[in-house]
Design a protein around this ligand. Sequence first.
Ligand SMILES: C[S@@+](CC[C@H](N)C(=O)[O-])C[C@H]1O[C@@H](n2cnc3c(N)ncnc32)[C@H](O)[C@@H]1O
Length: 470
Amino acid sequence: MPETPAATVWQEVCGHINAAAFGPVIGALESGAVLERLLDAPEGREVDALAYETGTRSGLLHLAARLFELEGLGCRSGNLADCRTNWRLTQAGKKRVEGGVREALDRGECSSRLAQAMARIYRGRATSELAKDNLATLVWSEELAVLGQAGWAERRDGLWRLNERGNTALPMAAQFLYTDGYLPLLARAPELILGQTPYDLGRDGEGEETHVDRETDIAFSGLVFRHTCKDAFLELALPLFSSPARPSAVVDTGAGDGELLLVLAEALRQNGLPPVTMIAVEFNEVARSVAAHRLAEAGARHLAIRGDIGAPDAIAEALSTHGIDMADACHVSKSVIHNRSVTGEAEAVRDPVFEASLAVHLDQQARPLTAARMAGDLVEHFRRWLPWTRRHGMITIEAHSVDPKLVARAAATPILSMEITHGLSLQHLVEPAFHRRAAALAGFRSLAMRDLQTGHVGAPLMTCDHLLPI
Ligand SMILES: C[S@@+](CC[C@H](N)C(=O)[O-])C[C@H]1O[C@@H](n2cnc3c(N)ncnc32)[C@H](O)[C@@H]1O
């Protein structure tokens, strides 16, 4: 049991973040008759056969089996790395399914509304005003009423006001940005899981993504960088800029809101080091313009261009038109390698590290991929970057997949929700050892590595690595 009021509320926050994502998944599994078939099979079911029988998408059933394991509701056995997986409900899982899914659906809807309200409060910069319990309670009464349903606000004298739990929850409001950003995707979970159509996350008339509110997503990612990755990153990056053979630029591919580049520019200044050109490469137009705007506002020498992390040669070509030699840059990326497009066409690479993977690997059609095929894709990805990283290397910051049993045993975390959104949006999380082994097989050696966020489940949820071609 949590020991402090903050720990209790954090548990509630994680519960809501996870429920908002799990509710739609449970709903889809119920309407696809997957859960009833699992109940009828005490020994469990082979995932691909279950998908075939129920007409559900097999890759996403592999994902669902892992989600049940994360929650302690299910177990997977068989040869997971080769996608020959058996899925069985645990006693807790049976009890939950027998109890009906209505509660999970209602909870999911209620938690989604809470995520929207908390994200609005955070974006409206109202967290400190509301904590003071003044006029803001009137302005934010609609949001406070939603918080009331979560037990975080009470109605007194005709006005909704935060109670003690609400006041404790308010500083955690930023956590809900992530869920809020992915609500469009979560709303489509049933159709994606049950659908027989080609997997399509959808683009608007301008070709921009519709499954995620990218501005909200990158704001959240920027916060994670500042709170979790900044120190490790600067420790690895700063020495490069004090050497005589320093890079002339930093290329951040998938720069999001530009937070990493801004932090680095500021650190160079504070350390009395000369500025270098900060280059934000993005395949999302909203992110590209947010990064450009923030870098310009900060007075940093910068450039923001369109580019795909899977196609470094094309980025180099685009930079050369601006007179920039991409080989003379230090390359960085955070949470983008796992966002690359994985066709599944790369040759399989067999290795004990990959065979031990417990992650669910999917191609861009959400079809299950063996760990060896995913490894082949990742090795190829790293190889494409070799020519551009020989001088200054590449610093990768990545989020990872962890052993579900560790998550099931640990105190509250929002990992369930992260896995659902990453899985449905085809972001290919792998374990830290998988990432590092693929880099090594591609021809990189490790100059330095840091494990991040190790406290939550006893294994790193993120890593920061400085890699240099051998
Ligand atoms: C999770 S956000 C991370 C943003 C930023 N690196 C950070 O950590 O704060 C992922 C970013 O990568 C961009 N992105 C995703 N796939 C990409 C790709 N294949 N090439 C380039 N950028 C990509 C997205 O538009 C988004 O801005």
